[in-house]
Design a protein around this ligand. Structure first.
Ligand code: UDP
Ligand code: MG
Length: 307
């Protein structure tokens, strides 16, 4: 098998049909052997039915149907696990990742790159979403030792070597954009002008899912939030020590009455806030440790078709 396409599907309905048609237009002239692995991430609409029909018409279409909605990163992982191709391309099924880019990705692979990703130049998104996307990459790269290229999404080509390496990583909170860089590969990007989501298609990665993904990314690639507690602790200790000296001096060596209800309240509220914040941060790491120790399988497959 030369090429595997992996595409996660969550309530995409007719979009998968259009994606299939688009893929055929690009892949057939290449004259290579390929498979298209759709991962049905617990869709509640007719996506699975449409996928099954596609498979009946063309056995190169394969389906991994998950037992429920596990989220994009897990769906991608399930897809990668099922592939056999020498190269693997992951792309969204909502037509925002256009099949025509596949040729450009493969070209770069031929030049010797093991990981080629599309870099989003323009986004047709709301202001708020764009703002969060842009900020995320900045924050992530500031905090993490493993750097990820800004605006490089999940639309990418990976060499078999990279996919096999990813499969060895057992972690449950998967942030593939980071993991593929962590593995280490010769990588490059190609510019992509990402079209808007088709009108009748709703956003599947809402703010909640995006934030979860962002948190997973940051907390599984950086210890900086934890270390921040040490820095804050040292700073406030120094501050407290100096203030303590001043107060003690005033108490024993002057007759100035000690007032300070206001400053006391402000200090208590301020530091309670900081303590709670860091408890929360520790909690974020703790729940991730908990998840890993439970060692549950990453996903359950309800049905595997065409393998
Ligand atoms: N998706 C998925 N599971 C989910 C959410 C999304 O498999 O829980 C799929 C979805 O069908 C689409 C891709 O992931 O193919 C990207 O989703 P979306 O278009 O909402 O994200 P965005 O384009 O904003 O990154
Ligand atoms: Mg999309």
């Amino acid at each position: 098998m030369d090429l595997s396409i992996v595409s996660p599907v969550y309530n995409e309905g007719e979009n998968v049909k259009r994606l299939y048609a688009g893929l055929m237009e690009v892949l057939l002239p290449l004259g290579i052997s390929f498979e298209i692995v759709f991962v049905d991430d617990g869709s509640q609409d007719e996506s699975l039915k449409i996928l099954k029909k596609l498979h009946d018409e063309d056995p190169r279409v394969k389906i991994v149907s998950l037992s429920r909605n596990f989220g994009l990163q897990v769906a991608l992982s399930a897809g990668l696990d099922a592939t056999q191709g020498k190269i693997v391309i992951t792309m969204d099924s909502d037509l925002q990742d256009e099949p025509s880019y596949i040729l450009k990705l493969i070209e770069k692979w031929k030049e010797g790159y093991e990981c080629v990703y599309a870099i989003r130049q323009k986004r047709h998104e709301t202001f708020l979403r764009t703002f969060f996307f842009e900020s995320f990459y900045k924050v992530f790269n500031y905090l993490s030792e493993v750097k990820i290229p800004a605006n490089a999404g999940d639309f990418c080509l990976m060499d078999r070597k990279i996919v096999d390496a990813l499969k060895l990583l057992p972690e449950r909170k998967r942030f593939i954009r980071g993991l593929r860089m962590w593995v280490g590969c010769r990588h490059t990007g190609i510019p992509q002008d990402r079209p808007a989501r088709p009108k009748e298609t709703s956003i599947k990665q809402g703010f909640k899912k995006l934030f979860n993904m962002g948190f997973d990314g940051v907390f599984s690639f950086s210890y900086v939030p934890l270390r921040l507690a040490i820095v804050m602790g040292i700073l406030s200790s120094i501050f407290g020590f100096i203030l303590g000296l001043k107060v003690l001096y005033e108490k024993f060596f002057t007759t100035k009455p000690i007032v300070g209800w206001t400053s006391l309240m402000v200090t208590i509220i301020f530091f309670s806030g900081i303590i709670l914040l860091f408890l929360g941060i520790i909690g974020e790491y703790l729940c991730r440790i908990y998840d890993e120790t439970k060692a549950r399988p990453l996903y359950f497959v309800k049905e595997k078709i065409g393998f």
